[in-house]
Design a binder for this molecule. Sequence first.
Ligand SMILES: [Zn+2]
Length: 417
Amino acid sequence: MARDIVGTMNVTFHGAAQTVTGSQHLVCVQGRDYLLDCGQYQGRRKEAEARNRNLPFRASSIEAVMLSHAHIDHSGNLPMLVKSGFNGPVYSSPATADLCVPMLTDSAGIHEKDAAFLNKRRARRKAVGMQVGEEDVQPLYTVEDAERTFPLFRTVPLHTPADIGPGVVYETWDAGHILGSTCMALTLTENGRTVRLGFSGDVGRTGLPIINDPESLPPVDYLILESTYGDRLHRPIEAVAEKLADIVTRTYARGGRVIVPAFAVGRTQQLVLMLHELINAGRIPALPIFVDSPLAVNITEVYRKHSELFDSEARAFSDRGEDPFGFSRLRLHPRGGRIEGAERSACALYRSLGVGHVRSRPHSASPEERHRRPAQHHPDHRLSGREHAGPQAGGALAGSAHLWRNDDTPRGCAEDQ
Ligand SMILES: [Zn+2]
């Protein structure tokens, strides 16, 4: 269907509306479509598969993507977009582009393993005469698709306006959520009229370890604002450190080990730094600390590379010649293996399921993981419950907002609307 978009400037919400994952917002300016975030929808397998595979717009018609940050629910469907025909630029901060390399590669690897698992199960069922589908399950996207995505990144530093298309100026501010996370303000011009559209991405809380606090956006005419927490209030970060110290000290006293599920991006680095500070302050014993996620290790390297984004606390470590992520007690360990030397009184961080993952993978848990789950402490959950939240039931995911138009005729932006 031909579209007549003269005089229209629309935003259509294709995710993260009445749910907390799959952030994708389509902005139409001067007849061109721009995508704010390209998040992967995370939920029940079939529903997630259908939403992520069947894009609600034509990928090849997207002019450019603007990415707020590297979490999978904001970036994870980029390889699918590329696989479906998108070949334009992806604008982001330099740290987000760097983080997306290990994040999307890992995500693609999970999709490949997931498909292999389902096909193996299918073959087993077929062998015993059960009814199964004829076709092999294909991964949503592959590592190869992810690798075709990386060259499309165009990095733009904070506070630097960039013309990215006719009538579209993109500028970012620090969102204080994870390394490289941004809020953005788009200056959009059409038919001689200009509006400013703000997009918050995920906004961090003040006082988080390592990264700076969120900056305020300049005044905007319209704002797309995340509201994951609703009206809930966070406890001060000091209370979190206190709780963590209490858990570690009590566990140590009875000769136990603390096992922490921690998201590979952001949370692992924050916890390591927090434990480091607690040990330095003498508030917890000097325990060995293990990180058993290769992804967390790769992401920590990106954190090290972007020390210009550190807050004063993390910078103080660097200034003293210390590495906040590599101190002598930290031992990095491959996922799923036995942690040698952790017989007693250790703190182990392993990768949890959530934003850093495509979907829950009960089949992929090692026997060690399944065994140790009941004994976990969850300070991570106390730091932020957001990543653990499942999608809310019901409601359509897509909605649309009209910025302004020259007449009153309702129109969509995408061709299929
Ligand atoms: Zn996020």
